[in-house]
Design a protein around this ligand. Structure first.
Ligand code: G6P
Length: 614
């Protein structure tokens, strides 16, 4: 998974490329590179530098040719085929070195194509799946084809997922781009044309942004975009709505994006709830595209997601089953798509994805649509690929999230899914209006409660300081506390690189309790949900075996405090929506332990923000 950027018609392209690559680092950052068409030749620089790749690239490009740049492309990589080395960094070139290509995605049939190309005399210089594309285009151009025509022919031969951009010294002002199943957007302004993996990389350069669809080819020349199908049929690309400004995508004075984004959580929750109620207080989700008539005959809900989005989905299962009285199944996207899930036109299949680009989730949604289900996507990115492909969309309004470990988007997802649950209850008549209003009123107070929780960061820091030597953590919860426990454990793994298991507390006695010994830290979610008493019994079981117990508990709950070594107090709220508040101290705990262990919370090792590969 990688980030790509390209521009033509910008004589001083390098600063633009480097700035955009910084913006795209969340997509991967193990290596980076650029290629510029200058003085009738392609000049290329690449580096592999761990989390500093783009910064290293910036210093390496100081000796770039000084002449005006014609077309230019840049890439930040997250290795899939071939380790993160400068040789495997993009752009890749053909045998002549006059063609340079960048790619995000995976070419599945690269091995057979490489064998064929090598037999034809092509020499490869990397261990990537990408390089075959450069040589295939070279082969076509040798027969007299233009860069665009040769790229088209190449695309007919490759299988897999890709967004690509190609430049050639023979057509110095042109960039040819295409995509299949991974993101790519196009932009245009004052004599320049641009492309990038996502919208924030183009903000600051243009607001005229267009979507490229699967199997479309774009030819960018200064100030112009020409889009066709692979068969050469002209296409008018869809113009996208830009709701973010550049400042919103910057750190805003915080030490890192994660701190900034945690502090934006009250806004993320409040904005996600905005404009959802009609004049009579009833819920109106009119931008959702799926109308009441579509939803009235559903008899089952499937929710499919990955990572933190999956944990938000698990919270929604409790809410939907309770409010809507329909079976709600939750599945991990990478498993769902390869099972034989039983869905039909009466199933509502909800894909939850912050980015709206996660390949496992988008493919799962494609499968659900194929089986006839109604597909609804909960996404934070307006016009994301998944949002555009679905029957309906419910946007979270958390703004861009740059920190790799999701925080504000996770909270916004829980809120959006609970609003969806209440909306279904309203349409299907499974809850009285007063009850729906009661929950909506409680949801509307959440921003204050989240802000209050955030203010207690000093208490979390004190607890974290006492846990710096701990290496083994269990996160336990019951009922809606269980997904909170899973999310707390995931955050600690991602950020502090500590072994952390999330478990339903009642299941502990069936095996994992064997691992509890003095020194094990057990973090329990002990706010007052319907299983609170049983949760305290489970906590007593681990405490008597020597575990150090940290509990998240409602303000003033001395009964919970009595069985804990440390308490992280939170303001109480209705149990079904309590995860939105309860997860906050766990985010802060993981953040502080990451810092205490010297890790960068924004860019955890081996991870990427948006995973557009399997
Ligand atoms: C990656 C990120 C996680 C995120 C997951 C799902 O693994 O590191 O933080 O929860 O993808 O992402 P999505 O964009 O689909 O919500």
């Amino acid at each position: 998974m990688c980030g790509i950027i390209g521009v033509t018609g910008e004589a001083d392209a390098l600063p633009l490329l480097l700035g955009a690559l910084h913006q795209l680092e969340y997509r991967g950052y193990d290596s980076a590179g650029v290629a510029l068409v200058v003085d009738d030749a392609v000049w290329r620089e690449r580096t592999a530098g761990g989390t500093d790749s783009v910064a290293k690239l910036a210093s390496l490009t100081r000796d770039a040719p000084t002449g005006p740049t014609r077309a230019a492309i840049g890439h930040t990589r997250w290795a899939t085929h071939g380790s993160p080395t400068p040789e495997n960094a993009h752009p890749h070139v053909d045998c002549s070195g006059r063609l340079a290509l960048i790619h995000n995605g995976i070419i599945e049939n690269h091995a057979e194509l490489q064998t064929e190309l090598e037999a034809g005399g092509h020499a490869f210089s990397s261990a990537t799946d990408t390089e075959v594309m450069a040589h295939l285009i070279e082969q076509e151009m040798a027969t007299g084809a233009s860069l665009a025509a040769a790229t088209c022919s190449m695309l007919r031969r490759v299988r897999g997922a890709f967004s690509i951009a190609v430049v050639h010294a023979d057509e110095p002002d042109t960039i040819v781009a295409a995509r299949r199943a991974t993101p790519l957007v196009l932009g245009r302004h004052d004599g320049a044309a641009l492309l990038a993996s996502d919208i924030p990389a183009l903000i600051g350069h243009t607001r005229e942004v267009f979507a490229l669809a699967d199997d479309e080819l774009a030819v960018l020349t200064p100030g112009a975009l020409e889009v066709t199908t692979l068969d050469g049929e002209p296409v008018t690309p869809e113009q996208l709505t830009i709701t973010w400004d550049l400042e919103a995508a910057q750190k805003g004075g915080y030490e890192d994006y994660m701190s900034k984004e945690m502090h934006e959580q009250p806004h993320a929750v409040a904005d996600t709830l905005l404009d959802r109620r009609g004049p009579g207080g009833e819920l109106i989700l009119d931008q959702m595209r799926l109308g009441a008539a579509d939803l009235r005959d559903i008899d089952k809900v499937f929710i499919v997601a990955c990572g933190s989005s999956y944990h938000a989905a698990l919270v929604a299962k409790y809410a939907i089953e309770h409010w809507v009285k329909l079976p709600a199944e939750v599945d991990i996207a990478s498993e769902f798509r390869y099972r034989d899930p039983v869905l039909n036109e009466r199933t509502l299949c909800v894909g939850v994805s912050q980015s709206g680009e996660t390949l496992d989730t988008s493919e799962a949604m494609r499968e659900a649509a194929r089986l006839g289900a109604k597909v609804l996507v909960v996404s934070n990115v307006v016009d994301s690929s998944m949002a555009r492909a679905a029957d309906g969309v419910l946007y979270t309004r958390a703004g861009p999230e740059i920190g790799v470990a999701s925080t504000k988007c996770h909270l916004a997802q829980i809120v959006a899914l609970e609003v969806l649950g209440l909306y279904l209850a309203q349409i299907l008549g499974t809850q009285p209006t007063e009850r729906i209003n009661e929950v909506l009123n409680a949801l509307e107070v959440l921003p204050e409660l989240v802000a209050d929780s955030l203010d207690r960061v000093g208490d979390v820091d004190d607890v974290a300081a006492k846990l710096t030597d701990a290496r083994d953590f269990f996160f336990l919860g019951r009922h809606v506390g269980y997904p909170v426990a899973l999310e707390g454990a995931l955050k600690l793994k991602e950020l502090a690189y500590l072994r952390a298991e999330g478990y339903p507390a009642g299941e502990l006695k069936h095996g994992p309790i064997a691992l509890i010994e003095p020194g094990t830290v057990v973090v329990g979610i002990a706010t007052r949900n319907p299983l609170w008493e049983k949760m305290l019994s489970n906590v007593a079981e681990v405490r008597s075996r020597g575990a150090t117990v940290v509990l998240v508990a409602d303000d003033g709950d001395e009964e919970s405090a009595a069985v804990a070594d440390h308490v992280l107090w939170v303001p109480p709220t209705t149990s079904l929506i309590s995860p939105v508040v309860d997860v906050v101290p766990l985010q802060q705990l993981a953040y502080r332990l990451a810092r205490l262990h010297g890790h960068d919370p924004d860019r955890p090792r081996n991870l990427a923000k948006t995973v557009t590969v399997e």
